[in-house]
Design a protein around this ligand. Sequence first.
Ligand code: HEM
Length: 203
Amino acid sequence: MRYPWLRLAIFVVGCLFPVWWLYEAAMNLLGPDPGKIMMDRLGLGALTFLLVTLSMTPLQKLTGWSGWIVVRRQLGLWVFAYIVLHILAYLFFILGLDWGQLAVELRKRPYIIVGALGFLGLLGLAVTSNRYSQRRLGARWKKLHRLVYAVLGLGLLHFLWIVRSDLREWAIYGFIGAVLMLLRVPAVARALPRMLQRRRRAL
Ligand code: HEM
């Protein structure tokens, strides 16, 4: 296994946050509605992991180091894990497992439908993230995994729908997401490493 320490560090970071939040909830440090706070943090955590995952390819292109690509799948699976916990927190703490209330909720909060579509995309990516699917799907695997861009769009829209008034926090996520998309435009992706190489030579 390549870069075991990097993999271990990502595993520890991925586990640490939810465990820390559970500890804070147990110690009554999360205010009067700890379930809602945990759900929000898990949603933000998932979006952060998604942006980090999408940074791996541009970083590999810019630095030439292969370690970024080695941990990309692991990071993507953490996005999925956080989203599953985000949804479970919603079902337990907000919905109270009252399934009859779900239809009312969907009418009252249509952004949940946008989130659910994002989850379906992530589910598709997670189940096909293994080597077996990669081999079986061949060239189609790459096409399928472009779904990650739709997931980013849906995640950002879901978040934007919720914040509405104070857009500052959303704008940070939106800006990073837009830069990561821009770096994938073929002309930009080709020009950037060349520009960096020229600058390095000039120094
Ligand atoms: C079935 C899927 C999903 C459900 C049921 C769901 C539900 C929710 C709910 C109820 C909220 C809180 C809204 C409020 O504050 O009133 C929320 C917030 C949020 N969700 Fe989701 N969500 C889902 C999928 C996703 C996905 C796919 C992402 C991102 C990849 C995501 C990221 C977020 C973020 C960033 C927030 C805002 C947290 C904050 O305000 O600090 N969610 N979600």
